[in-house]
Ligand binder design. Structure first.
Ligand SMILES: *[C@@H]1O[C@H](CO)[C@@H](O)[C@H](O)[C@H]1NC(C)=O
Ligand SMILES: *[C@@H]1O[C@H](CO)[C@@H](O)[C@H](O)[C@H]1NC(C)=O
Length: 138
């Protein structure tokens, strides 16, 4: 999780006048989503559009994580080829990561770090979704 934090801090410093409140005030929201191989899932990152957000993926049984997408306020940017086990998209003006043609290898933890610029500084919420993918039954 350390690299997520560093990434977020480096993003935050790009926003002038933004001060991160006590990092102990970071809120963690845990979610579970179950999908079926070949199907699609939607992964949520809160009801309001944050000032910036970053989606990252850690495969099940792996320690490494990779950035999938981010939005610094100029529209969502997907990182090409960062996820081989599903097709990714983010609907316009949203934070929702939509995965289609999901393979079993897409199982793991998807973390959206959302930073909200508020009057007294910044609030940070981590939406941490565990995705389980079952083989298609036939
Ligand atoms: C996902 O699957 C697990 C294990 O089968 C189950 O305990 C859990 O309730 C399911 N969650 C959802 C959101 O369907
Ligand atoms: C997205 O947000 C922009 C700026 O607020 C707005 O002009 C545009 O209509 C929105 N598009 C959709 C599809 O909601």
């Amino acid at each position: 999780m350390l690299c997520f934090g560093l990434l977020l801090v480096s993003l935050a410093t790009q926003l002038q006048g933004l001060e991160i409140l006590d990092p102990r005030e970071v809120e963690y929201i845990h979610l579970q989503v179950n999908g079926t191989a070949g199907g699609s899932v939607t992964l949520d990152c809160g009801p309001t559009l944050p000032t910036i957000y970053v989606w990252a993926f850690t495969a099940a049984g792996s320690e490494g994580s990779s950035a999938l997408a981010y939005n610094y306020g100029h529209g969502a940017r997907l990182q090409p080829r960062s996820l081989r086990s599903a097709r990714m998209s983010i609907p316009l003006n949203s934070t929702t990561l939509v995965l289609t043609e999901v393979q079993v290898e897409a199982q793991g933890t998807y973390t959206c770090q959302a930073l909200y610029d508020v009057e007294d500084g910044a609030r940070v919420t981590f939406y941490i979704t565990r995705l389980a993918v079952e083989e298609e039954e036939d």
